[in-house]
Design a protein around this ligand. Structure first.
Ligand code: THU
Length: 148
């Protein structure tokens, strides 16, 4: 597919394909994600579970880690797919925070298996959030006086 021609429906479709690679033997809950960078690169991801339960990773974070580890930090949109017939898949809190790390004003498409979707911004999904800017804000006690 030529660059800059990704539609929201394409992203949803790629997230559904990625769902096919889901490794979810414990939950049987398949999730796929398709992440579009601002320079039109697409990274997909699926959830990858583990026998040591809390080590599993969500589809959205897989896709974001793939993109960041290849030098991309600026994102335009992410689509998420699951098998829930009657509900739009909604990213977990951890994934919302993970998205927020890379900005508040980009789009998240929550989809259903029939390809329908709703669009939210990261900020809509995680209002009044904590982010990287907060670490740089003026503090009441200078960090130097607060250390051992
Ligand atoms: N899961 C995701 O991959 N993304 C979400 O936003 C919600 C949950 C995965 C995690 C786990 O592998 C399975 O779905 C059930 O929670």
């Amino acid at each position: 597919m030529s660059e800059s021609s990704w539609t929201p429906q394409d992203l949803v479709s790629r997230s559904q394909e990625a769902k096919g690679f889901s490794y979810s033997p414990y939950s049987s809950f398949r999730v796929g994600a398709a992440l579009l960078t601002t320079d039109q690169q697409l990274y997909t991801g699926c959830n990858v579970e583990n026998a040591c339960n809390n080590l599993g990773i969500c589809a959205e974070r897989t896709a974001i880690c793939k993109a960041v580890s290849e030098g991309h930090r600026s994102f335009k949109a992410i689509a998420v797919a699951s098998d829930m017939m009657d509900h739009y898949i909604s990213p977990c809190g951890g994934c919302r925070q993970f998205m927020r790390e890379f900005g508040l004003q980009w789009d998240v498409y929550l989809s259903k298996p029939d390809g329908s979707f709703i669009k939210k911004t990261v900020e809509e999904l995680l209002p009044v959030s904590f982010g990287p800017e907060d670490l740089r804000r003026k503090k009441a006690v200078p960090a130097s006086e607060n250390s051992l």
